[in-house]
Structures are given as C-alpha cells and as structure tokens.
Design a protein. Structure first.
Length: 99
C-alpha cells in the first residue's frame, strides 16, 4: 500500500512551477521561488524522517528544484536592475557634466 503524500507536496510543486513558468511572463511570480525552495527543503527532511510513512517525494523534489531555479533567476533580475540603474545614474551624471 502506498503511503499518503506529504500534506504540502502539491502546494510546493504548484508554487515551484508557477514561479518558474511565471518568470517568463512577468517578474512577479519569481517571488514565489524562495517560498517553494524553503518549503521544499523542510518537506524533504520531514519525508526522510518519516521512514516511509509519507510519500510525495517526487512532487516535493520538483517544486524544490523549480524554487531553486526561480530564486536564482530572481537574484539575477535584481542584480540586472541594480546594474541598469547604476548605468543610468552614471550616464545622467556624465551628460550633465558635459555642459
């Protein structure tokens, strides 16, 4: 008989997938990535400690990995915006100094 899935397995998988797929439509769903990563890490530990009493490891793993990828994309997006604004500031200062 198959053990019941972890109570958060489906939630973690959905958060991870939405954060990753949504990243290609707009940047807002990327904010879900760290939650999927954190919840996935916790659920993976709980499944391992349950010694076979809990299932759903595949769903948790999928959400966990998608959460990691989208969190990295979120970090790169933030770094990109910071660099973009620094370049704008430098360009603005350089254009005013030419006068």
């Amino acid at each position: 008989m198959r053990p019941p899935d972890h109570p958060s397995a489906t939630t973690i998988m959905v958060l991870g997938i939405v954060s990753l797929v949504g990243a290609f439509t707009c940047a807002l769903p990327l904010l879900l990535g760290p939650f999927a990563w954190n919840m996935g890490a916790k659920a993976r530990r709980e499944i391992a400690e349950a010694n076979g009493a809990l299932g759903g490891y595949g769903q948790v793993q999928a959400g966990y990995i998608c959460g990691i990828i989208s969190t990295v994309l979120l970090g790169l997006t933030i770094v990109g915006f910071v660099i973009f604004f620094i370049v704008l500031m430098i360009g603005g200062l350089a254009s005013t100094a030419a006068y």
